[in-house]
Design a protein. Structure first.
Length: 294
């Protein structure tokens, strides 16, 4: 079902800055490189391009098979091993060197001015636009920072890099091994993420539903509470998602799916959806000012 009316609890919590946005590669895809043609790759296309460096033979066929079957973590791990010392340079050639400029979607998300944004992306495209629009103090935290949990109680704006940043390639969470190490070594961040789920409403924008760590946290919370005892979080995606997947996301991860008409391959419908959300939130904030019911 396409979005006809944004959920009132979601509008309320964004208006009061009690919502956290989680942005994925679908948001970065709305940026353009300096050549006005290149866009940041989504994970699957990035891996296919990376695999193309090597001849498709019996020795590499398992990588292509893993990508086609959605086992992207293992595919990435095997490709990283094959690239060896060239891996960092390849990452930067795809995610940094094109000199991406933020798109209209980045601007609209920044204008919603939520206090905390979790970014699953390695690039700094959204950070640049948010810093330009929201002149108030803004801090960038990585999942491994010893003070990463300060976003829970401080009143500043935060962008938390859930998978790391290209400025420190060694800390990127990109492979099966990376995820396993991060869960153990950086448990403070995952505890803070879990706490935020209990106290804030999450809106996932431009995200897939296959991130292992986020899925684990969502499922742990969904199954540790009585069904219906906690308001859902929200997963914004195109209307191509199957109905069965919508039901699974609600049952297993407490995610209510909100669908937009993608309109075209560039998902310009996502821009229109966030525009309408901005209108709703602006009206709600105006009402809060009038009532002084903060």
């Amino acid at each position: 079902m396409l979005i006809e009316e944004w959920p009132k609890p979601l509008i309320r919590d964004i208006a009061r800055r009690r919502a956290i946005f989680v942005i994925g590669s679908g948001v970065s895809r709305h940026a353009l490189g300096a050549d006005k043609a290149t866009r940041p790759p989504i994970w699957k296309s990035f891996l296919l391009d990376a695999a193309g460096r090597f001849p498709r033979t019996a020795e590499t066929e398992h990588i292509y098979k893993a990508i086609s079957e959605g086992d992207l973590l293992h595919a990435c791990e095997w490709l990283k091993d094959r690239y060896d010392e060239d891996w960092t340079a390849y990452l930067r050639s795809r995610f940094a060197d094109p000199n991406y400029s933020p798109g209209e979607l980045h601007k609209l998300i920044a204008l919603l001015d939520t206090r905390v944004v979790f970014s699953l992306n390695f690039d700094d495209i959204y950070e640049n636009k948010s810093r330009e629009i929201n002149e108030a103090s803004q801090f960038i935290k990585n999942y491994g920072d010893p003070d990463v949990c300060e976003f829970l109680r401080n009143d500043a704006r935060y962008i938390v890099k859930v998978h790391g940043n290209l400025s420190s390639p060694a800390t990127l969470i990109f492979t099966q091994e990376d995820y396993a190490k991060a869960r153990t070594k950086h448990s403070l961040f995952y505890s803070a993420f879990d706490a935020a789920l209990m106290t804030h409403t999450f809106l996932f924008i431009g995200c897939g539903y296959g991130d292992p760590d986020i899925n684990l946290i969502l499922e742990n919370q969904a199954f540790s509470t009585q069904p219906g005892s906690i308001n859902p979080h929200y997963f914004l995606t195109s209307d191509e998602i199957p109905e069965d997947m919508k039901k699974s996301l609600r049952k297993n991860r407490n995610l209510k799916t909100l669908c937009y008409d993608k309109i075209d391959d560039d998902h310009s419908g996502l821009v229109a959806a966030i525009e309408s959300l901005n209108t709703c939130v602006t009206d709600a904030r105006s009402a809060l000012i009038e009532s002084a019911n903060w």
